[in-house]
Design a protein around this ligand. Structure first.
Ligand code: FAD
Ligand code: MG
Ligand code: MG
Ligand code: MG
Ligand code: MG
Length: 552
């Protein structure tokens, strides 16, 4: 059927001649992995390839260390230093694994096939298209930029998502300075060319603005002294503040620092149109204004890739923004499909939906009431299955189960009646589900999900042979089929001038030069290989000694 479907050639079996090997491969379940970003790479690094027949499909044959992309835009770090070939990453284990450089443009969730298209070469029918069957599909294609259909963005703005984007921005910044230096321009024209606009006050936009400011202040003013006073950097943010995903103290510090640095932060402005030389924005109080600009970078909003939109239509998730999975990262509404990273979100099961089952499970002696001990016994499992429970206790400053019981009973309770019946349990847990939070679209989440899913696949056979019930998460000391649990290690916002803001677990905030050093060490340690680690560190040293490279 696949062969006749519009010139698409089915991928025909294994490449082994040896029959013994062929049967062995045939026995293995076919796994297809889409994407080699944070989620896909973490998955592949942790997967035991000997258990599955793995095919990796992604349009980029390398992994990009995205947190350092803003550094590439100004030559602080070289592009080569933050990418690592995927074949090197997955080839390390010496196992047989196939990678194909292609886009997946359609997923057939019923027939369990992915339809792919390669841009680098064509097959006999001249299309470069092929079909791959799967038993298990791991979708890790990430997100794409969202222009919110703002006219002119696609044509005139830079994005900052891929390594090529960072390269283009770097060239464009220098071009703007050279253009502004040409002999036949008047002052207005020079100013226009040196107006750099960043749309979006999230971490990426803010970091890029800070990098650009440092680049101009530390390197370019020396090379272009005549025009240095004409440079202007603007950050346009539709909300009231920049860096809203950070603690308020960090946002305030960033805004104050940018003001001192002369970066124009315009909050409450929405960009409505961009032409080749002017940018139009709207503000509630002052209405519409247009301004000339030399270069614009769009870093506002994440959008869904078309292939994901199509899958969501097939499985009845069309009213969602990203693919919805359960807590084991299985895509809801279809079979054998898993989704990790920015293209997916976890739909956390509510405590209230399972309240009767929880009660029955906990009430070991069938007394119709739960004692503190009975609750205690299942409490750890409950917190793993329903992470909102722990968040709720924290938000209410409750330290133990006795607090929860007292709260449900409305005050002090005698020792003898420290018990809950089903209705009281319902009251005790009534507001727990309001603490359900969706995870942010970050590398940290994506990498942890990739690692977790690989561990699930590595132990799947074991788990199938020793199944555990939905509430039995720990079984004879072994942890099986635990739902995914995110562990937040904190987040950074580099703000330029060798200063950074860090938000660490336990509401720990630190801002300044010390945090910048923490940032250097964390990002050096997070590199995927020793090669990139050495390159990144030597790029930083080179920058300290010689400044940034301005030729490109
Ligand atoms: P990606 O890493 O985007 O990977 C998607 C992969 O899928 C890519 O290999 C892509 O080529 C491939 N692909 C795309 N379409 C298809 C298709 N049709 N078929 C097959 N393959 C496809 N997060 C942090 O935690 N800390 C930071 O400091 C940080 N800084 C950032 C700075 C920048 C400039 C950017 C852009 C992002 C930053 N992030 C940061 C966010 C982080 O990069 C993302 O959350 C993360 O990349 C998500 O991982 P992913 O695997 O879901 O997607
Ligand atoms: Mg990925
Ligand atoms: Mg990536
Ligand atoms: Mg996600
Ligand atoms: Mg009981």
């Amino acid at each position: 059927a696949a062969a006749s479907s519009g010139g698409i050639v089915a991928y025909a079996g294994s490449k082994f001649d040896n029959t013994a090997e062929q049967t062995q491969v045939a026995q293995k379940k076919k796994m297809v992995v889409l994407g080699t970003g944070w989620a896909g790479t973490a998955f592949l690094k942790n997967l035991d390839y000997s258990l599955y027949d793995v095919k990796v499909i992604s349009p980029r044959n390398y992994f990009t260390f995205t947190p350092l992309l803003p550094s590439v835009t100004c030559g602080t770090v070289e592009p080569r230093s933050i990418v690592e070939p995927i074949r090197k990453i997955i080839g390390k284990k010496g196992e047989e694994i196939d990678y194909w450089e292609a886009d997946c443009y359609k997923i057939n969730t019923v027939g369990k096939k992915v339809l792919c298209r390669s841009k680098i070469g064509t097959n006999l029918d001249g299309t470069g298209e092929f079909v791959v069957d799967y038993d298990y599909l791991v979708i890790a294609v990430g997100a794409q930029v969202n222009t919110f259909n703002t006219p002119g963005v696609m044509e005139h703005c830079h994005f900052l998502k891929e390594i090529e984007d960072a390269r283009r921005i770097r060239r464009s910044v220098i071009d703007c300075f050279e253009k502004a230096s040409l002999p036949y321009l008047d002052e207005e024209e020079r100013k226009k060319n040196l107006h750099f606009v960043i749309v979006g006050g999230g971490p990426t936009g803010v970091e890029f603005a800070a990098e650009l400011h440092d680049f101009v202040a530390e390197d370019l003013t020396k090379l272009y002294p005549a025009i240095q006073d004409l440079v202007k950097i603007s950050v346009i943010q539709s909300g009231e503040h920049i860096l809203t995903m950070f603690d308020q103290r960090i946002a305030e510090f960033a805004e104050a620092k940018f003001q001192r640095d002369g970066i124009d932060v315009r909050t409450g402005y929405r960009v409505v149109k961009i032409s080749d030389n002017s940018i139009t924005m709207k503000c509630k109080s002052t209405g519409e204004t247009s301004e000339p600009y030399g270069m614009a970078v769009w870093s506002a909003g994440v959008g869904t890739r078309p292939v994901i939109v199509d899958v969501m239509k097939q499985i009845g998730q069309e009213n969602r923004r990203v693919l919805t999975t359960d807590e084991w990262l299985r895509v809801c509404g279809c079979d054998g499909i898993y989704a990790i990273g920015d293209c997916a979100t976890i739909s956390q099961r509510k405590v209230m939906e399972d309240i009767s089952a929880i009660f029955k499970f906990a009430d070991k002696d069938n007394s119709g009431t739960l004692t503190v001990k009975e609750i205690q016994d299942i409490f750890e499992d409950l917190c793993i299955r329903y992470p909102q429970l722990e968040l709720y206790l924290k938000s209410k400053h409750m330290s133990d189960i006795a607090d929860l019981i007292r709260d449900a009973k409305g005050g002090d309770v005698e020792k003898g009646s420290m018990q809950l019946d089903i209705d009281e349990l319902k009251i005790a847990l009534a507001h727990v589900d309001s603490q359900v939070k969706s995870l942010p679209a970050t590398a940290q989440v994506a990498a942890q999900q990739g690692q977790y899913l690989a561990q699930c696949f590595n132990s799947m056979r074991d788990c199938e042979e020793h199944p555990t019930g939905p509430l039995r998460l720990r079984d004879s000391g072994r942890h099986r089929f635990r739902p995914f649990q995110y562990k937040h290690f904190g987040q950074f916002a580099p703000l330029g001038g060798e200063q950074a803001a860090a938000e660490l677990p336990g509401d720990w905030i630190s801002i300044g030069h010390g945090s910048q050093w923490l940032w250097y060490s964390v990002y050096a340690s997070k590199q995927v290989s020793w090669r990139t680690r050495v390159l990144v560190i030597s790029d930083w040293l080179r920058r300290f000694i010689f400044g940034r490279d301005t030729s490109c």
